[in-house]
Design a protein around this ligand. Structure first.
Ligand SMILES: [Zn+2]
Length: 188
């Protein structure tokens, strides 16, 4: 089993520091408009839920669950980018998120390794992610949601740096690319 600290797990990106932000990263290419969908089939959602560490086995997602997960994801993206840019939260996204969070959530439990897991079906797992999102966006950390400054990167992350000045989703990816670009600029 891959460590939960790894930035990429089973092909999915986990650079956000919080699962609701990581869910938004399952649609890439948001800046360029050339979208790359990672949740193409119900089995992909099952894989994401396991990679996210929410559950240790395939939750048995249906086609409707997949549509629900994408709807939650897009609500989260709209809300988190509004937070990152200091804009008012969009009503449609807020209402969608609230509806997900109002569903019965999955029961948390500790696994033998001491990690948090959730016990419940796909909708209950999504409800738990939605509740976590409300804690995040509505709490003090809401001011710490950022969007990566990589020119083509839309990844959202929680800035846990002391100074609150983190710019990149990942130092080894976007941070390094920016460093290389700045070096080339100086060479010229
Ligand atoms: Zn980035």
């Amino acid at each position: 089993m891959t460590s939960r600290s790894e930035e990429t797990r089973d092909g999915f990106r986990f650079r956000g520091g919080r699962l609701p932000l990581d869910l938004t990263a399952t649609l890439a290419g948001r800046i360029s408009g050339a979208h790359r969908e990672s949740l193409n089939a119900p089995a992909d959602l099952d894989r994401w839920l396991v990679a996210a560490g929410l559950t240790d086995r395939a939750a048995g997602s249906t086609a409707d669950d997949l549509l629900a997960a994408r709807a939650l994801r897009e609500a989260l993206y709209a809300l988190a980018t509004a937070r990152a840019e200091g804009r008012a939260l969009p009503d449609a996204g807020r209402e969608a998120l609230n509806a997900f969070a109002a569903q019965p959530a999955a029961a948390p439990w500790l696994d033998p390794a001491g990690d948090r897991r959730l016990h419940g079906g796909v909708r209950a797992l999504l409800a738990s992610v939605a509740r976590e999102a409300i804690e995040l966006l509505g709490g003090p950390d809401g001011q710490r949601v950022r969007q990566c400054q990589g020119p083509t990167c839309a990844i959202l992350f929680l800035d846990t740096s002391r100074a609150g000045d983190r710019r990149w989703c990942s130092m080894s990816a976007c941070g390094n690319r920016a460093k290389v670009a700045a070096f080339r600029q100086r060479e010229r």
